[in-house]
Design a binder for this molecule. Structure first.
Ligand SMILES: Nc1ncnc2c1ncn2[C@@H]1O[C@H](COP(=O)(O)OP(=O)(O)OP(=O)(O)O)[C@@H](O)[C@H]1O
Ligand SMILES: [Mg+2]
Length: 363
């Protein structure tokens, strides 16, 4: 094999072939690019690398050749006829350019582009999370500010409603009105409670090792009976993994799952199916709830975590998923929604596994 010290030289390899496709003359660069000695090249047929098939005398060929895997060189080949005065092909000229360096650069640029796109995607996700947590924090601050006053007012409403009911037990119509007042006041108190829950700071004293699979079992045992009461024919299937241990507040995690589950129950009708699974995935524990309900349209998907966004009219406060997001953030995790209208929805809570959290805290 000839020395290849000028492999990336811009100089072209040029050679001429007679009509029997034998090399009649060549420059040194042609021998270099083809990896043969000049004296072996001239006077012989073209090397196998170049000549893999018969060529018509007037045919023009442009192609990219890959040499043996060892050197991994890439050669651009031009091959075309040269004509005599009467128009007949007199001989052929072959021009070779070593484009290895260019190709390597192109591949590197493509790789860098891909890396950049991935970084961009992660940056956008991080930004979204930041906006989301900032919005929830602001909402929580506001809620904390008004919660005290509203709760006081609600206390007075409830107290007086109960007093009125006791004083006039015989007035059935009035009792019904008072019960409506009580119900509305309790709903309002629940909304305030949920708002406060969203803005709550992390309370480490309540944190400990929590098994997500146990959370699932607990939430199912407490919530499923309430649906059966409402005669829902919802089927719940579970697929629970071992070792999904996270560091967290079990009450908050139960609250998160209850909200996700309640949404799923509301989304399925008749013989709906809800699947709850836990699993491990690269340092994280996943809690996934899939339903075959109505699914979400694009707008709902975009706004599902917006506080007060609801498609359930007066029935919903639009705080359920905001609570889930706030709880996920407090647990250093995230919540992801996949949904297709008319097909169903999957909500996945992704939380760092216990030992990963420990390592982060230590470092
Ligand atoms: N599993 C689901 N399937 C279809 N749509 C869903 C599902 N989960 C949430 N959504 C949509 O997202 C909206 C917001 O959900 P979120 O739980 O925050 O509020 P809500 O259920 O409307 O009210 P709240 O939970 O406060 O009673 C819902 O109104 C619904 O449109
Ligand atoms: Mg909800």
């Amino acid at each position: 094999m000839a020395a290849l010290e000028h492999v990336d030289s811009p100089e072209r390899g040029v050679l001429l072939l007679d009509n029997n496709l034998n090399v009649t003359c060549a420059n040194r660069r042609a021998a270099e690019v083809l990896g043969v000695a000049l004296e072996d090249l001239v006077g012989s047929p073209l090397p196998d690398l170049i000549m893999r098939r018969p060529v018509r005398p007037d045919e023009v060929i442009e192609e990219v050749l890959h040499t043996d895997a060892q050197s991994e060189r890439v050669i651009h080949r031009y091959s075309g006829p040269v004509f005599a005065a009467d128009g007949s092909p007199a001989c052929r000229v072959e021009i070779y350019s070593d484009i290895t360096a260019r190709r390597r650069l192109e591949t590197e640029i493509l790789d860098r582009n891909r890396e950049l796109a991935e970084l961009n995607r992660r940056l956008r996700e991080a930004q979204d999370r930041l906006v989301q947590s900032e919005r929830l924090r602001a909402l929580g601050e506001m809620a904390a500010g008004i919660a005290h006053d509203i709760n006081n007012a609600l206390g007075i409403v409830l107290g007086n409603a109960q007093l009125a009911k006791r004083k006039m037990p015989q007035e059935a119509e009035l009792t019904q009105c008072i019960e409506s007042i009580e119900l509305a006041a309790r709903d309002a108190a629940e909304t305030v409670r949920r708002l406060k829950e969203i803005g709550k700071p992390v309370d480490r004293s309540r944190y400990g090792p929590v098994d997500l699979s146990t959370i699932v079992e607990e939430v199912i045992s407490t919530t499923v009976p309430t649906w059966s009461e409402r005669n829902q024919l919802v089927k719940v299937e579970t697929n629970l993994a071992n070792g999904c241990i996270v560091e967290g507040d079990p009450a908050e995690l139960r609250e998160a799952l209850s909200n996700i589950l309640l949404n799923a129950v509301q989304a399925v009708s008749g013989n709906g199916l809800i699947e709850i699974s836990t699993s491990l995935e690269s340092g994280r524990a996943l809690l996934r709830v899939t339903d075959n309900g109505v699914g979400m349209n694009e707008e709902t998907k975009q706004r599902v975590f917006d506080p007060f966004f609801t498609t359930r009219g007066a029935e919903g406060t639009g705080l359920g998923m905001s609570m889930v997001a706030a709880i996920a953030i407090r647990h250093q995790g995230e919540v992801v929604v996949d949904s297709e209208e008319g097909i169903g929805t999957t909500v996945t809570l992704k939380l760092p596994l216990l030992d990963i959290v420990d390592r982060k805290v230590e470092s």
